[in-house]
Design a protein around this ligand. Structure first.
Ligand SMILES: Cc1cc2nc3c(=O)[nH]c(=O)nc-3n(C[C@H](O)[C@H](O)[C@H](O)COP(=O)(O)OP(=O)(O)OC[C@H]3O[C@@H](n4cnc5c(N)ncnc54)[C@H](O)[C@@H]3O)c2cc1C
Length: 379
C-alpha cells in the first residue's frame, strides 16, 4: 500500500470534520477547507439538534454505524468537555395497518443486541401523556437513542482537529471542466483529497453526481410548550418518529423549545439564492399536524424556525466512493437526511475508503440508482 502523508478535506460539515479528524488520527497532515465559517447557518450540520436512533428497517450497516456514531459522540464529548449527545430515547410510532418498517427494525435491533422494547398501543397514553396516540399500533422504543447537539458537535470535531494538529482554512473550492477540484485557480494536490461539501456536491460534480441527487428543502419549526409544564422536556419525552405522518421531532432541550419537522415532498431549494425563511403553508401544515398528535401545542407560539437542505438519492443510501475518472478523489454526498447521527463512524469509514483500507460498500457506490423520488423515508 502506498504511504500517504497529506490530506485535504473540503467541507467542514459533520462529514468533512469527522473525516478530517479520522485522517489526522491516522497520522496525516490534514487541511480542512470550507467556503464559509464552519457551523454557518446554511450548512445541514448547523441545525440545533439531530436525532440519533439505530432503527433502520432491515439494514444492519446503518444500524451498526449509528451505534458506533453514538460512542464516537460520547467520546468526543468527553474529549472536548461538552455535552454533545443527550440520551432521552427515541420512539418509532408504528401505525395501525402498516407496521412493516418498525417490525423489521425491531428484528434487526434484536439480532444486533441493541436495547429496545415495544410499548403496546394501550400503554402509549401512559408513557406519552402529551401525545395523542390514536391510529398507532405500538411504539418501538430505543432507550439508548436520543439526539446530538448538531452545530455544537460539528464545531467540537473541528476544535478537536485543531487541537490534534490539523489545519482549518477558508476557501471556496470549484471544479474545472474535467471535475478536478481547484482552489484559487490551482488544482488541489495532496495524497488524499476528500470532497464532502454536502448538498453543494451536486453543483461541484455535475457530470458524476447531479443525476443521482435531488436537493430539497427541509423546514423546521420549534414551539414553546405551555408554561409551567415539563411533559415536553427531554427528561420526560423521547424523540419521536411518526413515519405514517412523515413527521419527526425532538423534545424541548437546550432552550430550543419543542421541535417538529414534516418531511414534505416537492420543496426545492436554490442553495445560492433562496432566503432561509419558512413559508406560511409549511407553518400551517405543521400546526395541523401538531393539533392531531400534540393537541396542546397546536396554537403555541413559534419560538424558532430553520430551513435546511437534504440531498436525496433514489435509494436513500449515501454516496461514498472514488471519482470514476480521478481515483485519488473520494466523494461524500447524498446524505438523504440521515447522515448526522453516524458522525464519527462515517468519518472513520470515509477515511478508510480514502486510504484504501477497504472498498466502499456496494450501496454507497456511484452508479445508476434509478430516479430520485421523495418516497416515505425516515430521517
Ligand atoms: C432539518 C433537518 C433535519 C435533519 N434531521 C436529522 C436527524 O434527525 N438525524 C440525522 O442523522 N440527520 C438528520 N439530518 C441530516 C443531517 O443534518 C445531514 O445529513 C448532515 O448534516 C450532512 O452533513 P454534511 O457534512 O454532508 O453537509 P453540510 O453540513 O451541509 O456541510 C457541507 C459543508 O461544505 C461546505 N461547502 C459547500 N460548498 C463548498 C465549496 N465549494 N468549497 C468549500 N466548502 C464548501 C459548506 O459551507 C458546508 O459547511 C437533518 C437535516 C435537516 C436539514
Amino acid at each position: 500500500m502506498t504511504r500517504r502523508t497529506t490530506a485535504i478535506v473540503v467541507g467542514a460539515g459533520v462529514a468533512g470534520a469527522t473525516t478530517a479528524l479520522a485522517l489526522r488520527r491516522d497520522g496525516l497532515d490534514v487541511t480542512l477547507l470550507d467556503a464559509w465559517e464552519p457551523g454557518h447557518a446554511a450548512a445541514a450540520s448547523a441545525g440545533e439538534h439531530r436525532i440519533l436512533r439505530s432503527s433502520h428497517g432491515t439494514d444492519e450497516l446503518y444500524t451498526r454505524l449509528s451505534r458506533e456514531g453514538r460512542l464516537g459522540w460520547l467520546e468526543l464529548g468527553e474529549q472536548t468537555g461538552q455535552e454533545l449527545f443527550v440520551q432521552c430515547g427515541a420512539v418509532m410510532l408504528a401505525r395501525e395497518g402498516n407496521t412493516s418498517w418498525e417490525d423489521a427494525s425491531r428484528a434487526t435491533l434484536s439480532r444486533l443486541g441493541i436495547p429496545h422494547f415495544v410499548a403496546p398501543a394501550h400503554e402509549l397514553p401512559v408513557r406519552l401523556p402529551v401525545m395523542d396516540a390514536r391510529g398507532l399500533a405500538y411504539g418501538l422504543w430505543e432507550p439508548e437513542a436520543g439526539f446530538v447537539y448538531a452545530k455544537r458537535a460539528t464545531l467540537a470535531a473541528i476544535e478537536q482537529l485543531r487541537r490534534e494538529g490539523g489545519t482549518v482554512r477558508r476557501g471556496r473550492v470549484t471544479t474545472d471542466r474535467d471535475e478536478h477540484p481547484t482552489l484559487d485557480g490551482k488544482r488541489l494536490t495532496a495524497d488524499v483529497v476528500v470532497l464532502a461539501a454536502g448538498a453543494w456536491m451536486s453543483d461541484l460534480f455535475p457530470r458524476t453526481l447531479r443525476r443521482m441527487l435531488d436537493v430539497v428543502r427541509q423546514n423546521v419549526i420549534m414551539v414553546a410548550p405551555p408554561a409551567g409544564t415539563t411533559g415536553y422536556d427531554h427528561t420526560d419525552l423521547p424523540c419521536w418518529i411518526d413515519h405514517g405522518n412523515h413527521a419527526y421531532g425532538i423534545p424541548a432541550a437546550g432552550g430550543h423549545g419543542f421541535k417538529a419537522v414534516l418531511v414534505w415532498r416537492q420543496l426545492s431549494i436554490d442553495l445560492e439564492r433562496d432566503d432561509r425563511i419558512v413559508d406560511a403553508t409549511s407553518i400551517a401544515r405543521t400546526r395541523r399536524y401538531l393539533s392531531s398528535r400534540f393537541p396542546e401545542l397546536a396554537d403555541r407560539p413559534i419560538t424558532q424556525m430553520a430551513v435546511g437542505q437534504i440531498a436525496n438519492t433514489a435509494d436513500t443510501h449515501f454516496v461514498i466512493d472514488r471519482h470514476p475518472a480521478h481515483p485519488h478523489l473520494t466523494l461524500v454526498a447524498g446524505d438523504s437526511g440521515h447522515l448526522f447521527k453516524h458522525g464519527p463512524a462515517i468519518g472513520r469509514y470515509v477515511a478508510d475508503v480514502a486510504l484504501e483500507r477497504h472498498a466502499t460498500d456496494e450501496r454507497f457506490r456511484i452508479k445508476d440508482r434509478g430516479s430520485v423520488s421523495l418516497a416515505d423515508r425516515p430521517q
